[in-house]
Design a protein around this ligand. Structure first.
Ligand code: CMC
Length: 436
């Protein structure tokens, strides 16, 4: 870490001696004040629930400029990666730091596409779930269970184990998501086909049946690949921080990633695309575009508890760059499938227009995020709403792994152990009368 020219001095009004704190500079983005010695020197902790002002680690993977609406993976803008590279190229970049050359690309694609099958016993484990289980419940279980099936890649401190676990997770996640889907609808599992692209194979496992040939539609294949690329990593968000914290105890990579899956499920995070589509369908049922004004009044009423799902972001205070790319993909997919007049798409556009002009949203800098349009695309492709977060999980797996591996290789890494401001009872004695 590079020391900045200045330092911070923390002074106290009660006579406690002031404390000098070093300041470090990143390559871009805000500097950080190093408070590691603060407790030792002052006996005080800092307080920052929700990490509003806290950098939890140093990282060289993903950079977001929330005011500009910029997202860079290893320095490359998401717009360029989404148009000039595919998801597996992006995986390579996130894991290794550079885009692959032609040979590295071929080898990496081959490696991932030849590890897509899961241990046959996994399907019997899956069969223990109720058929109506939410796919995220199934995936949390299945990903955690990988550690029980692949014993030879569970040592997080062994670089070779981490590499093997990374390839296994990236390669097998589409298979697990498709299995969760097929199980829910009572269809036979479809084995992966290694001659197809990563996205094409996923579509095949989702939509093929043993009864007839399934042809991958190239527009949908491209859209799926773009959805994966746009969701591949996003800096220190809730699920990534969960993976890092979980992995910091030295647990195995599969267990750490399973913790990320569980966190991603929540509607304020990965579950937002599902919640967004449910919201659009609700408005549609109540009258569609004509009811948009009434719905917006509810959103702005703090007592209603209603949020405009797919809007707002902790970091982006501008248009989420992924939302623009997703809107493009939405146009392309709906066009290719002859769904240009899709009522939910029209409804989404009407909501977006009002929100972008309304003072409530303008003042709070609330813009559409990636989830606003991704649900419409996925629904058009035929993916059921309750699987949307599963698709996000599949795509984000590589980001979690890259971040986990970066943490393990960081000489400054320690087990994550936050402290607290205690507000409960101070010491007291159990009354004798409790014992009967
Ligand atoms: N609809 C209505 N009001 C909102 C919304 C929204 N979607 N998002 C934020 N606000 C209001 C919020 O009520 C608050 O108002 P006030 O200052 O008057 O109290 C203000 O905007 C600031 O919001 P916040 O809750 O303090 O912001 P946050 O950074 O804690 O939350 C968020 C960010 C994403 C959880 C939130 O914007 C939200 O719940 N959005 C809807 C869910 C969603 O789309 N999530 C997907 C995020 S992108 C995918 C991912 O990375 O996982």
């Amino acid at each position: 870490m590079k020391l900045a020219d200045n330092k911070a001095t923390l002074s106290f009004s009660n006579g406690t001696p002031s404390v000098d704190l070093p300041v470090y500079q990143g390559n871009i983005g805000p500097d950080v004040i190093d408070i590691r010695k603060l407790y030792g020197q002052s006996g005080m902790f800092t307080y920052d629930p929700g990490f509003l002002s806290t950098a939890s680690c140093q990282s060289g993977i993903t950079y977001i400029d929330g005011d500009k609406g910029e997202l860079l993976y290893r320095g490359y803008p998401i717009e360029q990666l989404a148009t000039k590279a595919d998801y597996l190229d992006t995986c390579y970049l996130l894991l290794k730091g550079e885009l692959p050359d032609a040979k590295q690309r071929g080898d990496f694609h081959d490696l991932v596409l030849h590890h897509t099958m899961v241990h046959e016993q996994m399907q019997f484990f899956l069969r223990g779930f109720r058929r109506d289980a939410h796919p995220m419940a199934v995936l949390t279980g299945l990903v955690g269970a990988l550690s029980a099936f692949y014993h030879d890649s569970t040592d997080i401190n062994n670089a070779e184990h981490r590499d093997v676990a990374a390839i296994r997770l990236i390669a097998k996640m589409p298979t697990l998501v498709a299995m969760a889907y097929k199980y829910g609808i009572g269809q036979p599992f479809i084995y992966p086909r290694n001659d197809l692209s990563y996205a094409g194979n996923f579509l095949h496992m989702m939509f093929a049946t043993p009864c007839e040939e399934y042809k991958v539609n190239p527009v949908i294949e491209r859209a799926m690949d773009r959805i994966f690329t746009l969701h591949a990593d996003h800096e220190q968000n809730a699920s990534t921080s969960t993976v890092r914290l979980c992995g910091s105890s030295g647990t195995n990579p599969f267990a750490a990633i399973a913790a990320g899956v569980a966190c991603l499920w929540g509607p304020a995070h990965g579950g937002a695309n599902e919640a967004c589509l449910n919201m659009l369908e609700d408005i549609q049922r109540q009258g569609g575009v004509a009811k948009v004004g009434q719905f917006m009044e509810q959103v702005k009423d703090k007592n209603s508890g209603v949020k405009l799902m797919g809007f707002g972001h902790r970091v982006y205070k501008n248009y989420d760059p992924r939302a623009k790319l997703m809107q493009e993909t939405c146009d392309e997919v709906l066009g290719a499938l002859g769904l240009e007049n899709d009522p939910l798409f029209k409804l989404a556009k009407a909501l977006e227009k009002i929100a972008l002009e309304d003072d409530y949203f303008v003042q709070r800098k609330l813009y559409p995020n990636v989830d606003f349009y991704s649900g419409i695309v996925q629904r058009a492709i035929g993916i059921p709403v309750n699987l949307f977060t599963g698709i996000f999980t599949l795509a984000r797996t590589v980001g979690w792994i890259a971040q986990l591996n970066e943490m393990i290789s960081d000489p400054e890494y320690k087990i994550g152990r936050p402290r607290q401001l205690f507000t409960g009872s101070v010491r007291r004695d159990v009354p004798t009368s409790v014992k009967r």
